[in-house]
Design a protein around this ligand. Structure first.
Ligand code: NAP
Length: 244
């Protein structure tokens, strides 16, 4: 039986690239989206070229009812989950002084609480078969901070603490939990930044170029593989040397 993977936020960007990469490498892929149904259907179509037993699930990862429903569908369809990739994430940037309570909480809810809710449900499936792998999308910003991103940086630092704690809780059950901290990766999320900010960021990257979604997908594929069987509780930085 093929291994399966749930990729949250696979309608575009990094999640979409991960979904396609895992399908190419023999996984059945559960393509998750929240609002972008058409884009998610497009991801599914591409995924199905490599893995016909792939499927679509919808849900807001910050809502417990949605997440429980998503996992009910996964349990009914596959009876198991081998790999969870907590990739869904949002930004609502502003200087701390100007940031509303709502914008702070929205980012914490999706990035941090969403990771918790999906990991909790995935744990139930993985503990039953005493194996599994979770990969949480953190950020370089969660390690070094960034002007205008107190909410986002706090949420990603929380994801890192969550990753390490869960790795300790689940190690005994042979479930590995790691995080990837991407640097500046070219996606819709980063397209929103001004040319000036992009130029300034490029000057801080020793490899002198922005990362691609494929760079992150290849790292996730490695972490999910047997080649990474002794790696847990780690934060793998994929950032062109931006932070060392
Ligand atoms: P993106 O292009 O903006 O895509 C975000 C994804 O998250 C979409 O598929 C979206 O689904 C989903 N999502 C948003 N709100 C959601 C919610 N409430 N419930 C469930 N899903 C939700 O982002 P990206 O640039 O690919 O980033 C992916 C991950 O990498 C994020 O966690 C991000 O923080 C992290 N990251 C990105 C970079 C970068 O340079 N791009 C750097 C460091 C870390 P719908 O469209 O269907 O709503």
């Amino acid at each position: 039986m093929n291994k399966n993977v749930l990729v949250t936020g696979a309608s575009r960007g990094i999640g979409k690239a991960i979904a396609i990469c895992f399908a190419k490498n023999g996984y059945d892929v559960i393509v998750h989206y929240n609002g972008s149904q058409q884009a998610a259907l497009d991801t599914l179509e591409q995924v199905k070229q490599y893995s016909s037993n792939s499927t679509l699930v919808q849900g807001n990862v910050s809502r417990q009812e949605d997440v429980q429903q998503m996992f009910k569908v996964i349990k009914e369809t596959y009876g198991k989950l081998d790999v969870l990739i907590n990739n869904s994430g949002i930004t609502k940037d502003n200087l701390c002084l100007r940031m509303s309570e709502q914008d702070f909480m929205d980012v914490m809810e999706v990035n941090c609480k969403g990771t918790f809710l999906c990991s909790k449900e995935a744990s139930k499936l993985m503990i039953r078969k005493k194996s599994g792998c979770m990969i949480n999308m953190a950020s370089v910003v969660g390690l070094c901070g960034n002007v205008g991103q107190t909410n986002y940086a706090a949420s990603k630092a929380a994801v890192i603490g969550f990753t390490k704690s869960l790795a300790k809780e689940l190690g005994l059950r042979h479930i590995r939990v790691n995080a990837i901290a991407p640097g500046f990766i070219q996606t819709q999320m980063t397209d929103q930044l001004s040319e000036e900010v992009k130029k300034q960021m490029l000057s801080q990257i020793p490899l002198q170029e922005f990362g691609t979604v494929e760079d992150i997908a290849q790292c996730a594929l490695f972490l999910a593989s047997e080649n990474a069987k002794y790696i847990t509780g780690q934060v793998i930085q994929v950032n062109g040397g931006m932070l060392m």
